[in-house]
Design a binder for this molecule. Sequence first.
Ligand SMILES: Cc1cc2nc3c(=O)[nH]c(=O)nc-3n(C[C@H](O)[C@H](O)[C@H](O)COP(=O)(O)OP(=O)(O)OC[C@H]3O[C@@H](n4cnc5c(N)ncnc54)[C@H](O)[C@@H]3O)c2cc1C
Length: 437
Amino acid sequence: MVHVVYQKEITYEELAVEDGIINFCKAKNIKVIEIWGSTLYHKKDIPFKTDSSINDIPNTYTQFRKAVEARAKVRQVLSMPDQLKPLPPGVFIGEIPTLSELGVEQVKKDCRTAFPFPGGESSGLGRLKQYLWETRCVEKYKETRNGLVGENYSTKFSPWLAHGCLSPRMIFSEIKRYERMEVSNKSTYWVIFELLWRDYFKFVCLKYGDRVFYKTGIFNKKLPWSQDMKKFQAWAEGKTGVPFVDANMRELKKTGWMSNRGRQNVASFLVKDLGLDWRLGAEWFESMLLDHDVCSNYGNWNYAAGVGNDPRQNRKFNMIKQGMDYDGKGEFVRLWVEELRAIKGAKIHYPWTLGTHELAGVHIGETYPRPMVVPPEWKRHFGKNKKNKSKIRTAPRPRTGQRGIQSCYQSAKKGGGKRSGRGRVQDNRWGPPGPST
Ligand SMILES: Cc1cc2nc3c(=O)[nH]c(=O)nc-3n(C[C@H](O)[C@H](O)[C@H](O)COP(=O)(O)OP(=O)(O)OC[C@H]3O[C@@H](n4cnc5c(N)ncnc54)[C@H](O)[C@@H]3O)c2cc1C
């Protein structure tokens, strides 16, 4: 007898796929088994109700985390069987189709990527071993996690988590083992702290359903968003004239990867500096990210746009200060914005203020765009050279001798990176009834 086992999804389109498969299986008399498995803490183990009728997941992360840490336990990982039973007679394993058989173009590898790994479970387990046991990078995670260049500033677990190749419980259990056998410190805890953010967004989506996709977000906030497509294109293509934004957006387009620091900044720039509809940004991320996860993506965009669970509603990132703090020598910008490479040091973050000599052949408005906006708060950071005061520490290099930015990778990027998004930005169904903003 053949059974179909699947991991329960949370959001609208994913549930529709589930329904389609369940109906198909019913018609063919195939038994379907549903399991809850994508979160670190099982839905049934957290000290909150998560039914669609009564759901008391708190509206702030800290409340959620404290309660879960105090009153819930992570379930043990299941041990893997040494061998699987053979397939039933008449069932053949088949061939995994190649990209070209699927009609998808092979993407060109970019050797600058911070995510040089292939996909799949073995590679995910290999990365877990590497980040903990081989390089001991986990011991410095809290200090390095805001980095921008190379493979070891953060765990890079997210693509495997998003595709179900690595389970959060497996990561948890390995970190606990590492803490028992090697070191237990703030950094080892902080990886688990971040995994809890992932859980939180999943439970928030379970609570608010489709509202996470609405223009007004889960808290029904009516804000005046614009849908100026020329501005959006400049943002998406990395041609805003603001080097820190452009470097991150070009990295995303070329590799399907962007650091957490980058994601927060480009999201803030889109919504707070350009005033663009946050859903344009969320859809772009959905179509480009290797690690796209509906709940983490839309939850974080709600948060960045001030329509979600951020108690600090008016938080706005300062692109110049952020660039100087986290890319104090301008190396990250130099890596991705080729046309600015000749500009030395931190000045690369505000080229439009520089004189001919410092511009070293760059022509603003010709070889590199003029900035789309220059908010007044940026001005106090021009001319401040924070070259050696970077807020982040460099992650130790892997013992294997690999280095992130120099090693070319086996692409794990999905076909051409142009998967269609939720496709609802122009669609009235997306927002709740009410005046269009
Ligand atoms: C606008 C925006 C969109 C995002 N979209 C996604 C997305 O589609 N998929 C996705 O997995 N993450 C998303 N994130 C969260 C975060 O940026 C990534 O999880 C992280 O950068 C992945 O790198 P890492 O695995 O090295 O993370 P690490 O820093 O090593 O963290 C370990 C793990 O914790 C989880 N995590 C860390 N930060 C967050 C966070 N803010 N929210 C939820 N989980 C988190 C991830 O599972 C991550 O793999 C988004 C963040 C922002 C600001």
